[in-house]
Design a protein around this ligand. Structure first.
Ligand SMILES: Cc1cc2nc3c(=O)[nH]c(=O)nc-3n(C[C@H](O)[C@H](O)[C@H](O)COP(=O)(O)O)c2cc1C
Length: 604
């Protein structure tokens, strides 16, 4: 971590904050504001960390937003992300060498590969300079942050969770948030689709306690590797070796059989009793909503160890953009060659930051036959964590760049008709709140590789159209049209919902000569003039099986919060919002320097 600090300082990527700040909300709020600045702001080092509730002052600083820019990601990788992706592509396409020179070059590549395997060292590591065993264990010795007002408690947000299969043959590294329940119990938020959860099932069936070791800090690349969606059974530390060309050096935990990198800042070890589950959450999550309380396994901590001089690494999630935008950017690029092995005609893909990754993917492909894009949709919805994707738009090779949002939207809307849509059902991220039931729900694919061009509607200006809408739907409160120069303009209408949105849509079919795609949002907390946050809201809130309506050429999308009117029986979570008094305090002491316009833009 010290090396990381020096690296960030050298590249002018670090802001040191010496003011006394609380682990409860204050530090995370500043981290949240910083990453919303253009290019992700700076990494933040908080040197004067306190727990105002207990009066405790922490010796160690807290580091946040370490991955929060493209530049910092590449600094921490020690190379360009492109070069990692190229290397993986090369490995996947290795052919027998043709001549002597090729043999030589292949030999050197293969020789470098020997370094990818983690190395188990004898003896203890720097991470074990200070040890606390049994009764000495106290998780409150660490500056664990409480990030949001409605959170169920403090959460470790950048924990590297090391687990192994019941037979010890497979080792996994995953990043899951960890709720601090008391001085020696942690909630293990490994979701049902994740590898550690599969290991947990094995221990549960065998009725045996599961060992877990959690590391915090060390080389930040361990933390990124923990988020990498490698297939079940593949140790994520191999990725560390591949990127750095150095094997991760591991030492044995003090009280579990698991090995952890010797240079991490903290280690928390313990055992999960598979017969005990405890309510986890709520937690203000990266969907921008709170995830609801649910039972998760609990770890009883048997030992804690740490470096004498250490830094506590953390992140904060909420509404976009977030630090995970940059981590996800690296992941997307590095996993592209692997995804291509399933869908070889894929040219590029991109997950817009404001759709919270799995809620929307844009993909460019080379369509070779009828139905090719649909084949890709099925492949995506069946491929590892890619199968969480709710909405996927496919375009052909002639489309503009996937990040040229204006031109890209224009391209799709000029080819779109209701025939372009394909709606089906599949698995969902455990965090999805919109589906009528958890874990499964609607999937919407749009095949814009085919040109289904329509005639443009007869446009009305916003005021005239709103007056006409108001005559039919009295609950309508505001209206704004987008992309009116295309054959499928998008009309966003905010409503004070007193009926099912489908009823509003049916009433508006009378205006179908003037509208094509109509998106409904709640009046509360939405601004029809803020497309960035509208994309966030609508892709989060909709379940395509329930919320997409078609009448002739007109398509309706219900992006409102669901409730009894919709027959929705699950709890609908609150938005993650900053605590006003905390922001005011941070402004008063002169550390909050976020432009006021950003406050509205990102609906803090
Ligand atoms: C900031 C951040 C927080 C995350 N929190 C969780 C979490 O609490 N639970 C979870 O299952 N996945 C979480 N993830 C995603 C996992 O790290 C990711 O799916 C990883 O590939 C899981 O590893 P595994 O497949 O080896 O289980 C988080 C990712 C990030 C970037």
């Amino acid at each position: 971590m010290k090396e990381t600090i020096n690296l960030l300082k050298k590249h002018n990527e670090l802001r040191v904050i010496d003011e006394e700040l609380d682990i409860y909300l204050e530090i995370p709020h500043l981290g949240y504001a910083e990453v919303k600045k253009a290019d992700g702001g700076d990494a933040l080092l908080f040197t004067n960390v306190v727990d105002k509730k207990t009066g405790k002052k922490f010796q160690e600083p807290v580091l946040m937003n370490v991955f929060g820019s493209y530049k910092r990601c590449e600094l921490l990788f020690g190379r360009t992300i492109e070069s990692v992706a190229d290397e993986i592509t090369k490995l996947l396409h290795m052919k027998p060498p043709a001549g002597f020179m090729e043999k030589l070059s292949m030999a050197s590549e293969l020789f470098a590969l020997k370094n990818i395997f983690p190395k188990r060292l004898k003896g203890e590591g720097e991470c074990q300079e200070i040890k606390y065993l049994d009764d000495e264990v106290d998780l409150y010795k660490m500056p664990v942050l409480t990030t949001w007002e409605q959170d169920g408690g403090p959460f470790i947000t950048m924990g590297q969770v090391y687990t192994q299969s019941l037979d010890g043959e497979m080792v996994n590294l995953g990043m899951y948030r960890l709720q601090v329940y008391d001085k020696n119990h942690l909630g293990m938020h490994w979701q049902i689709h994740k590898d550690s959860s599969h290991f947990f099932d094995q221990y549960q069936k065998a009725g045996k306690k599961m060992p877990v070791s959690i590391a915090i800090g060390g080389d930040p690349l361990y933390t990124w590797c923990a988020t990498a969606p490698l297939p079940y059974g593949v140790n994520e530390l191999l990725m560390y070796g591949l990127i750095t060309k150095k094997p991760a050096q591991l030492v044995k935990s003090l009280t579990t059989p698991l090995y952890i990198p010797r240079d991490v800042d903290y280690v928390i070890e313990g055992w999960v009793d598979p017969s005990e589950m405890k309510i986890e959450g709520p937690f203000g999550d990266h969907t921008g909503y709170y995830t609801l309380e649910e039972p998760y396994p609990v770890m009883e901590v048997s030992a804690m160890s740490m470096k004498k001089e250490r830094i506590f690494l953390a992140t904060v999630v909420g509404k976009p953009p977030l630090e995970d935008k940059y981590m996800g950017w690296a992941t997307g690029k590095i996993f592209f060659p692997l995804l291509k092995t399933t869908v070889p005609d894929l040219i590029d893909y991109h997950m817009p930051e404001n759709a919270g990754f799995h809620n929307l993917i844009l993909a460019k492909m080379q369509p070779l036959y009828k139905g090719h894009a649909k084949q890709f949709m099925h492949a995506f919805w069946g491929a590892g964590q890619m199968s969480f994707v709710k909405h996927a738009i496919f375009v052909d090779e002639k489309a503009p760049g996937l990040e040229e949002y204006e031109a890209f939207s224009e391209y799709i809307l000029n080819r779109f008709s209701p025939k372009s849509m394909f709606i089906t059902e599949g698995i969902l991220d455990a965090l999805d709140h919109s589906s009528p039931e958890s874990l499964v729900g609607g999937k919407l694919g749009i095949d814009a590789t085919v040109d289904n061009a329509l005639e443009a509607p007869q446009l009305l200006d916003d005021d005239t159209l709103f007056a006409r809408v108001k005559e039919l739907v009295d609950d309508a409160k505001a209206l704004q049209q987008y992309m009116t120069h295309t054959s499928n303009p998008i009309t966003v209408i905010s409503v004070n919902k007193t009926r099912k949105v489908k009823e509003y849509f049916d009433a508006l079919v009378a205006l179908s000569p003037h509208m094509r795609i109509v998106v409904f949002v709640d009046e509360q907390k939405n601004d029809v003039a803020n497309p960035y946050m509208l994309v966030w809201r609508v892709t989060n809130n909709m379940d395509s099986q329930r919320d997409v309506f078609v009448s002739g050429l007109m398509v309706g999308i219900d992006g409102t919060n669901k409730n009894k009117l919709d027959g929705f029986v699950r709890e609908w979570p609150d938005d993650v919002d900053c605590t006003v008094s905390v922001v005011e305090h941070l402004k008063k002491i002169g550390v909050w320097d976020l432009d006021e316009t950003f406050y509205n833009k990102f609906q803090l």
